[in-house]
Write a protein of this length. Structure first.
Length: 282
């Protein structure tokens, strides 16, 4: 029989993790499909009753999103334009049942290269909040994701929230992904762009690409080429060679490395143009 615990306080959850390693259960939308038997391997720690882990709150240093916040919560929340990409991604994570149950933290801890939430969060400089009995710590999301199915979580630690600094909440953002169909499919490539504009020029740019590398990545060299440039024709500054070099794309059954590099470049150009249009209309 699988050992199952559903604590109602974070301290109780951390006490249990400190004494007994357990698999974390939130929405279960990744955990259940990955199970190869009729029952989940235990022990299981269900975190869905922990009130501090769900919800979106404004703080002095930015915005906090609890790790157990569902995709539907995110899609419906009144968020700034910089987080539109995250809300667009939230509406494309599986079907409505998955969006109602699946959580942001679970998406990150599953650490899939094609996790929809990662590029939009990289584009807003997100940090992860990690807690254990020894205390709490924060890491940039880029340092939390180590590779396919690998994170920086240590034994006894729990991902409790995402933090988005004020600097990441400026500007406008958009999200695009490419797959064999629009929904319920693992992406071939996905991108998020966030920009700030002033007097028709790009004053800030954040570009992130997922599903093309072992982890989703920001493209700092491509971003730098956009700074100070007029919005007209800015998409032509996204150089295919720089995109391919930054990504070192994966070559697998869904797409070749060459196709992924070309797709990522085209998606970035389209996403940038869409972001510019949205920002200009605001």
């Amino acid at each position: 029989m699988t050992a199952y615990l559903r604590p109602v306080s974070l301290n109780d959850a951390l006490d249990h993790l400190a004494s007994t390693p357990a698999r974390i259960l939130a929405g279960g939308t990744d955990l259940y499909p990955a199970t190869q038997s009729q029952t989940l391997n235990g022990p299981l720690l269900d975190i869905t009753a922990l009130p501090d882990l769900r919800g979106i709150t404004a703080q002095e240093d930015g915005l906090r999103i609890g790790a157990a916040t569902t995709w539907d919560d995110i899609a419906r929340a009144p968020l700034p334009p910089a987080l539109r990409a995250l809300q667009q991604a939230a509406r494309e994570v599986g079907g409505r049942q998955i969006q109602n149950a699946g959580t942001l933290g679970g998406n990150l801890c599953n650490a899939s290269p094609a996790a929809d939430g990662v590029p939009p969060l990289l584009a807003v400089e997100a940090q992860v909040e990690i807690c254990s009995k020894a205390g709490s710590r924060r890491l940039p999301l880029s340092e939390f994701l180590l590779g396919p199915r690998r994170t920086a979580l240590q034994p006894g630690e729990l991902l409790t929230a995402l933090h988005i600094p004020h600097s990441g909440l400026s500007g406008h953002s958009q999200f695009l992904k490419l797959g064999a169909r629009a929904y319920l499919v693992i992406s071939i490539a996905m991108v998020a762009t966030r920009i700030t504009l002033q007097s028709g020029q790009i004053t800030g740019a954040a570009l992130a690409v997922g599903a093309c590398s072992a982890t989703a990545l920001r493209l700092p060299q491509v971003e730098a080429a956009l700074l100070g440039q007029p919005v007209m024709g800015a998409d032509r500054l996204i150089d295919p060679g720089e995109v391919a070099a930054a990504l070192a794309p994966l070559d697998d059954l869904r797409a070749s490395a060459t196709y992924r590099a070309e797709a990522a470049t085209e998606l970035l150009r389209r996403c940038l143009n869409s972001t510019i249009q949205t920002a200009g209309a605001a």
